[in-house]
Design a protein around this ligand. Sequence first.
Ligand code: DGY
Length: 327
Amino acid sequence: MNKHVVLYKKLSAPLMERLQAHAEVTLIDDPKTQEGLARLRDALPQADGLLGASLKLDAPLLDLAPRLKVVSSVSVGVDNYDIDDLTRRGILLTNTPDVLTETTADTGFALIMATARRVVELATMVRNGQWTQNIGPTHFGSDVHGKTLGIVGMGRIGEAVAQRGHFGFGMPVLYHSHSPKPAVEARFNAQYRSLDALLQEADFVCLTVPLTAETEGLIGAEQFARMRPETIFINIARGKVVDEQAMIHALQTGQIRAAGLDVFEREPLQADSPLLQLDNVVATPHMGSATHETREAMARCAVDNLLAALAGERPKDLVNPSAWKNT
Ligand code: DGY
C-alpha cells in the first residue's frame, strides 16, 4: 500500500515531485487557520508521515494519527514538539540541523551590526528626509570590531557566530554552555565563563541556545541587571528564553544599550508591542534561516529524512533515537 504523507508547509516543485514519486501527498498550506486545521485533522488518520514547521503538534492532534511513523520538521528547533510523547508513541522526529547554521549566524551578525551602528534608525532618518546636516555624536553608534562577544549556547550556530566574531571582527570571544568546549577555545581563542560573568563582561550578549525546560526564562530581570549600559543584547534563539517584559524594562531604562531581536515570546510580534516604540531595538521577523538557498536546503533535508524513515531506514537527523528502538 502506498505511504501517505501530510505536508503542512509548501515545497518547491522538484521536492514535491520527489515526494510524490514515493508517497501520496496531501498538502495543507494554511494549518494555522481554522479551515486548514480542520483539513489537517481530516488528513491525520491516513498519515504515515508528516512534514512541516511552526505548528504545535499536540497530543489531541497526534491521537488522530494512529499510523504515524515520522514527523519531519523543517527546522532545527524542536520546541514545537513533545519529544517524550512522540517517543512513547514510537513516532520518529527529525529536524534540519547543519544546513542553516551559517545563514543563522549571518542573521546574528546582521543584528549585531545593525544595533551597534544604528543602521535601521539612521537609514529611516535618511528615508524620511531628516538628514539635513552632517550627523554628530547624538547619532553615533559604537564599534563592533575588537569588542567582547559573549555567546550563550555554544552549539553549531554559536560556533558559527564565534567564527565570524573572532576571524572577521577581531573580537575576544566569551561563551557559556553546559560544559567547557576545549576545541572551540582552541579554534577561536574563546574563554568559558559562568552565565553571570559573561553577562557582566561581554559588550555583545548573543543567545543561541535551544528552547528547553531548562532554558525557558533563562534571561530575566536579574540577568539584565548584570549587564552594563553599553551592552547590546542579541536573540537569534527563541523568544521564550527571555522574559520579554524584563527586557523591555532594561531597554527603556538604559540598563542596556540596545537589542537586536529575531525571535519573540509571541510570534508574529504584535504591532502594539512596546518593543516597536524603541529606537534602540532592531526587530526582525524570525528570519534566521530565511534565504532562498537555505530554506530550500532545509526542505530537501526534511524530505530526505522523511523518505528514509518511511523506507524503514534510520533518518540522518533523528532527534529521538529511543523511538527508533521502539519501531
Ligand atoms: C529553526 O530552524 O528552528 C528556525 O528557528 C526556524 O524556526
